[in-house]
Design a protein. Structure first.
Length: 534
């Protein structure tokens, strides 16, 4: 058997029926996979719903057990009961793309992968650059796998059993992170499938997802277990530091950054003390030194126990805005194209710059206003962890595509005497025939956005038009027989209508006939056209 789907269930009710539709119709064929539901002592009608499914579908199995608290034990039981070479974990309220198992198994088998990450869509998470492009084989050292710590992935069954990788059982926060940390440090071959939406992670209307629960201080002791799992699987040095940076940057510094550190709630100081204790007891200088420039400054203030200065810094960075400059939109060989420049601006519209002094680059003094004892801060490598990517956000399917997996350029530019500015530059380029992970965009409306990080300040920006770009907006064309209609929304943002979802081609200006024809055949076609119209 090629695959087993393991689903922990507790009081899922009608979500069993909605989720099972996608699980039972997998294109891989019922003879090649099974669905294992582990009922964790449900007190509603979940048991009856599951037995009804099993009676109607031979490839469905149901196991009932006493309630254990959270999904950890049901998942572990499901692994032991499974017969498939690969195991795909699915939560009771989520769904799979209909070709998910077939594609994931093919990639896993082709590469003898221990873990296969399938592209995630849905309402619980925004698009992740982890899925910018397919990756046949990688590890956590050479791909940002630590940015994806949910367990909604496919695992080779023998890999889990041979390495003793299990979920913690009972009510344990961060059980997913602990499981994934153990898996990533042990995995020698990981594959990433980014050209098909495999997993739909959906927010429940009744807000019943376990991950939506409030954080208490025990969360940080569970976070310590995640840190220890990374340490247990690595030797001291850069490899370990690399894997721990995500925890420091996200789980630790999130409590020392806007908006959380600026909250008036009573828990701010309690959480601050909890993360500071973790930093002083668990992290080496090597972890901090590999962070982006702003994160290094926050880490310095945190380790020096300067909560007031962290709040002052957060007040300044909170006001920084993204700024996108897009030039004239054109269709070139069937590709929507325009020059693009992304920058960071202060609240007054002035650019965020760096100061050149004695061969060093220092943070903009405006960022340090109110931060006592830090008159200047050297940024080191200003392009560390800097990146920029174009994103097409599908309004109806809750997913995003990265039309250019290589991303945009990040560079330093002159910004006046003694000043430099970190910018993202390049071309907005959208090929409707390949923008969906190498496949054509489906019918629908796509908002054009840019996601970028400069100096450790991350922002997402809708692409907005200037008066000039709006006047010269590219017209509607047919690409591969499908209407492609770029337009400016009522708010002045760029969107792309594929397949006349909202707009009709006959009601809009059409682009020149040459727009979607390769240059190599334009001249011959032009000569034929002129001959026919003489």
């Amino acid at each position: 058997m090629r695959a087993s789907i393991v689903v922990p269930v507790y009081n899922a009710g009608e979500y069993i029926d909605t989720s099972s539709e996608s699980l039972l119709r997998q294109s891989i064929g019922a003879d090649h996979y099974e669905v294992i539901y582990v009922n964790d002592g449900s007190t509603d009608d979940s048991a009856e719903r599951l037995e009804k499914l099993a009676a109607a579908h031979p490839h469905v199995r149901v196991h009932h057990q006493e309630n254990s608290g959270w999904p950890g034990k049901p998942r572990n039981v499901g692994v032991r009961l499974s017969r498939g070479r690969y195991i795909q974990f699915v939560d009771q309220d989520d769904a799979l793309g209909l070709e998910a198992l077939e594609r994931l198994c093919a990639m896993g088998e082709r590469n003898e992968a221990d873990v296969v990450l399938g592209k995630v869509a849905g309402t619980m998470q925004g698009p992740s650059s982890v899925f910018a492009d397919n990756v046949e084989v990688c590890t956590a050292q050479d791909h940002p796998l630590m940015e994806s710590l949910t367990p909604h992935k496919m695992f080779r069954r023998d890999f889990l059993l041979e390495n003793g990788i299990e979920f913690p059982e009972g009510r344990v926060r961060l059980e997913d992170q602990l499981f994934m940390a153990r898996a990533y440090v042990a995995a020698e071959r990981v594959s990433v499938l980014a050209d098909y939406p495999c997993y739909y992670w959906m927010r429940r209307e009744d807000k019943g997802n376990n991950s939506s629960a409030e954080i208490d201080l025990s969360y940080y002791e569970d976070l310590r277990k995640v840190i220890h799992a990374v340490k247990a699987g690595t030797e001291p040095g850069e490899q370990r530091d690399h894997l721990l940076r995500r925890t420091y940057r996200v789980e630790i510094l999130r409590q020392a950054s806007e908006p959380r550190v600026l909250s008036k709630a009573s828990w701010v100081e309690e959480r601050y003390e909890a993360v500071r204790r973790l930093v002083t007891e668990e992290f080496t200088d090597g972890v901090r030194e590999g962070l982006n420039p702003l994160a290094q400054l926050r880490a310095h203030l945190l380790e020096a126990n300067r909560l007031g200065d962290l709040k002052a810094l957060a007040e300044r960075t909170r006001q920084i805005r993204s700024h996108a400059e897009v030039g004239r939109l054109r269709w070139r060989d069937g590709v929507l194209s325009a020059p693009l420049r992304l920058t960071l601006n202060h609240a007054d519209g002035s650019p965020v710059t760096l100061v050149e002094r004695d061969g060093r680059l220092l943070f903009d003094p405006a960022l340090l206003e109110g931060v006592t004892g830090v008159d200047e801060w050297e940024v080191g490598d200003p392009l560390r962890a800097a990146e920029g990517r174009l994103l097409l956000k599908d309004r109806t399917r809750h997913m995003g595509w990265f039309p250019d997996p290589k991303g945009l350029r990040v560079e330093l530019q002159d910004a006046g005497p003694g000043r430099k500015q970190a910018v993202v530059t390049g071309h907005l380029e959208i090929d409707p025939l390949t923008a969906a992970g190498g496949s054509p965009l489906e019918r629908g409306v796509y908002d054009v956005q840019a996601s970028f990080q400069l100096l450790g300040i991350g922002r997402s920006a809708r692409i907005s038009g200037t008066p000039r770009s709006a006047r010269t907006a590219a017209g509607a064309v047919r690409v591969g027989g499908t209407a492609a209609i770029p337009y400016w929304t009522g708010g002045g943002h760029l969107a792309l209508d594929m397949g006349e979802f909202y707009h009709r081609m006959d009601a809009l200006p059409r682009h020149d006939w040459k727009a979607h024809i390769p240059r190599s055949v334009r001249r011959p076609l032009g000569r034929v056209r002129r001959a026919l119209t003489k």
